[in-house]
Design a protein around this ligand. Structure first.
Ligand SMILES: [Zn+2]
Length: 77
């Protein structure tokens, strides 16, 4: 089992989609899931890609909002 995709050599991310499923490894470049044996299970669905993007945007928005708060607090002091 390699941490790197055998197709594009990018780093994979471990993903647990549900409790009943085993950990799968997602290559964000190829958009596919591989199992621990390095066998590609399936491609990432459009829905999953959208969900991922939404989570990422949410994360970025939260991080930026917190950054602004810190700056403002500094300004007050
Ligand atoms: Zn790949």
């Amino acid at each position: 089992m390699s941490l790197f995709c055998k197709q594009c050599k990018s780093r994979r991310l471990p993903v647990i989609l549900s409790e009943s499923e085993k950990t799968m490894w997602l290559c964000e470049n190829c958009k596919n899931f591989a199992d621990i044996e390095d066998v590609i299970i399936r491609e990432q669905t459009d829905e999953e890609i959208r969900e991922n993007r939404r989570k990422l945007e949410e994360f970025e928005n939260t991080t930026i909002a917190q950054g602004e708060k810190l700056v403002r607090r500094k300004g007050v002091n």
